[in-house]
Design a protein around this ligand. Structure first.
Ligand code: FUD
Length: 290
């Protein structure tokens, strides 16, 4: 398997103090993941020099994820919000460059929130204009942008893989790619395997998560078909495990994602299980597809 395997930092910690940063890295490395995904909703909370030092110490790669908020919503059609959103994304790219991140992904194209109205064509066109400049800037540091497709309660812009492929084509840059996540796909896609195959080479990042966002295999997603879809799509990018429980709290994400229930206590057991589950599933899918 060529895919690098990652884990979202929220499996370990809710913040990014020096102690939390080191603890998250040590546990990620101990289980044998290749990379850690660091949430960057507030990029100013990340001490880049320290984070880089810890990545080196634990020999890990890294990626970053975030969503914009209402005041930085580049899909709003409001020039002031667009300007603030572009500045926020540029600020994240600076941190990503400083810590050596390979990917910046998430809800970068709109606010990360429940909307009460559909997007406008002008708003989407404005978002695409900003994304082109972000993509060009990211390319200078070899960073891939992942446009994360999320369910209808977390954005009104990209809810299906097909919408994201269309948006990415309109941006028209090789490093601006589609980021799919099984938790969201399970809500919005008619068929997960076909959506993966149809996205094909446009896919640049992947989140694996269960329907309830807890242990893989403990929900209703047919992961055999997901792994088969990834193999058939020829996807070789990162596969990052994402899971949220009220056991590890980040106030901002808890509210947006509705993390009210305690789905697990032991992040290490959860992550070790996820790694084995992905490796086993991908191996079987590649063998069947070979
Ligand atoms: C949101 C989601 C996440 C989010 C990231 C932020 O539902 O799936 O990927 O963008 O966790 O760090």
């Amino acid at each position: 398997m060529k895919n690098k395997l990652g884990v979202h930092a929220l499996v370990w910690v809710g913040g990014w103090s020096h102690e939390e940063c080191e603890r998250a890295m040590a546990q990620t490395a101990e289980i044998g993941f290749d990379l850690i995904e660091i949430p960057a909703l507030d990029p100013s909370s990340i001490d880049s020099a320290f984070t880089r030092k810890m990545l080196d110490k634990y020999k890990l790669g890294t990626t970053m994820s975030l969503g914009l908020d209402d005041s930085t919503d580049i899909s709003s059609g409001d020039p002031e919000k667009q300007k603030r959103g572009e500045a926020r994304l540029m600020q994240v790219l600076d941190v990503a460059r400083d810590i050596g991140a390979t990917h910046v992904c998430g809800i970068l194209y709109s606010a990360f929130q429940k909307y009460f109205d559909p997007p406008t064509q002008a708003g989407i066109a404005g978002s695409i204009d900003v994304m082109r400049r972000i993509g060009e800037h990211a390319a200078k540091d070899g960073i891939t942008i992942g446009l994360e497709v999320v369910n209808r309660y977390e954005s009104n812009v990209l809810n299906t893989a097909a919408q994201a492929v269309d948006y990415a084509k309109r941006v028209g840059l090789p490093n601006v790619r589609v980021h799919l996540d099984t938790y969201h796909m399970n809500i919005e896609e008619a068929d997960l395997e076909s959506a993966l195959i149809d996205t094909g080479a446009m896919m640049g990042y992947f989140h694996i998560g269960e329907s309830g966002r807890g242990y893989l295999g403990a929900g209703n997603i047919d992961f055999d078909r997901v792994f088969r879809g990834l193999a058939k799509a020829g996807y070789e990018g990162p596969i990052t495990f994402e899971s949220f429980s009220s056991a590890v709290v980040n106030k901002q994400l808890q509210g947006i994602l509705g993390i009210w229930r305690n789905l697990w206590e032991d992040g290490a057991d959860l992550a070790r299980h996820a790694k084995g589950f992905i490796e086993h599933g991908m191996k079987a899918a590649h063998e069947a597809h070979a």
